[in-house]
Design a binder for this molecule. Structure first.
Ligand SMILES: Cc1ncc(COP(=O)(O)O)c(C=O)c1O
Length: 424
């Protein structure tokens, strides 16, 4: 064959490297509902699915001017490599942010990451060998489950209720794991305005959880992206504020400033912090100086506390719209959580209704949500759906919930006529 005749870039029907992947990559598969979400992004569909912040509420022209100014005045630094631990000035500002949750940290204790998602990955990288147990809430943030699964963790769920993680369930899970001769590497928890459950760990349970973990020698990973987005009163005291040796705190600017800058952080006991820095170095050398200086400049020059307050008000209005639409329109067999902050309501569908099976019908009715199964490592959660109210305005939320209620009613009718949907 001459070079011109060679069939280059023919689409491959099968993966020719299929037998060569590392074992941990075999389980990495696209979610079955990813294709549906591509459709859900269409404007005629009210999406209560994605967990994106409403960045349009930022003064984009001001932020743009600030970034132009940053490059003009500090471009040689902003466009250069930096250290893997992150910019020292930014780490100082991060300590100010955490002080709002009573965390007293020194900038040396902070490691900057690419969003808190990378901190989850780094924690998994330095702690998890294949088969190691990690305790996770039931349900749990899908990105954390994905990060831990990619290091082949064995995830054991711990039950929650309307007051967050249940201390007795945690004790029981620790006992159950010990009975198999193993010890969990850490407990992963989102104490405030949980994704996806929309609940908050009650003040009275916080010491109890720390105490149980301390006695069991169990490290706590406190993931707190929504901590400053509470609708009532001051920010809640972080777990890390009461236990600096036993808690790794993860924070992010994704929900309080901009998800697109991809800047988060971890605060960890010294030895863990050193490992995190080494792991970050081998993953990315250093994080984006440009992104870090953008955030530093934003915190130094812009009224960021007022902006967070504006975000809070905006999300409170959307939460209110969601709750009032749900109570006005959902069938009485549905139940849902009432978040005091953050982005999410966790909806329990009537018995015999499968949220994943219902999703294509919902999308045909022009409303989208995330089925609950994605938030469990063990395939449970079929009866649940996560509703996210951060992006649509109150009118769209109302319309979306009206459509969803109608879909659920049709499903109930089908269930009553033909029996429950098979659980897949
Ligand atoms: C609980 C939780 N943790 C971590 C993340 C990751 O956020 P980021 O990587 O943008 O900081 C999210 C994002 O939605 C989240 O909800």
């Amino acid at each position: 064959m001459t070079p011109q005749q060679q069939p280059i870039s023919q689409p491959q029907r099968i993966d020719r490297y299929v037998g060569q992947y590392a074992e941990r990559a075999v389980g990495m598969v696209a979610s079955e509902i990813r294709a549906l979400f591509a459709v859900a992004a269409r404007p005629e569909i009210v999406s209560l699915a994605g967990g994106s912040p409403y960045v349009s509420a930022l003064p984009l022209d001001v932020v743009g001017g600030m970034i132009g100014q940053l490059i003009a005045s500090q471009g040689a630094t902003a466009l250069q490599y930096c250290t893997a631990q992150g910019d020292a000035g930014l780490r100082e500002r991060i300590c100010d942010v955490m002080a709002l949750e009573q965390v007293r940290a020194h900038p040396d204790e902070v490691v900057v990451t690419v969003g808190s998602q990378q901190a989850l990955d780094l924690m998994a990288r330095i702690f998890i060998d294949p088969g190691d147990v990690v305790l996770v809430e039931a349900p749990s943030y899908v990105g954390a489950l994905g990060a831990f699964a990619s290091y082949q963790a064995d995830m054991v769920h711990v039950a929650m209720d309307d007051d967050g993680l249940i201390p007795e369930a945690l004790e029981e899970a620790i006992r159950r794991v010990a009975a198999t001769g193993r010890r969990a590497k850490f407990l992963y928890t989102v104490p405030n305005f949980h994704n996806p459950a929309g609940v908050t760990l009650a003040a009275g349970r916080r010491h109890r959880i720390l105490d149980i973990c301390h006695r069991a020698g169990l490290l706590v990973v406190e993931d707190n992206p929504y901590g400053l987005l509470g609708f009532d009163g001051d920010p809640l005291r972080a777990l890390r504020a009461d236990d600096t040796d036993g808690v790794v705190y993860l924070g992010t600017f994704s929900k309080t400033f901009a998800a697109g800058v991809r800047v988060g952080w971890a605060v960890a006991p010294t030895a863990i912090r050193e490992k995190l820095i080494l792991a970050a170095e081998s993953a990315v050398l250093c994080h984006s100086s440009f992104a870090q200086l953008t955030v530093r400049e934003y915190l130094n020059t812009q009224p960021w506390r007022e902006q967070v307050k504006d975000f809070r008000e905006l999300y409170r209005e959307r939460r209110d719209a969601t709750l009032s639409a749900l109570s006005g329109m959902m069938p009485s067999e549905c139940h849902w959580t009432r978040p005091a902050g953050g982005f999410y309501v966790w909806l329990r569908l009537p018995d015999g209704i499968n949220a994943k099976a219902m999703l294509p019908r919902a999308i045909s009715s022009r409303v989208a949500y995330v089925p609950g199964t994605g938030f469990y490592a063990d395939g449970s959660g079929t009866q649940y759906a996560r509703l996210c109210y951060s992006l649509p305005d109150p009118d769209r939320i109302n319309e979306g919930i009206r459509r969803l209620a109608a879909v659920i009613e049709t499903e109930m009718q089908l269930r009553d006529d033909f029996g429950p949907a098979p659980v897949s």
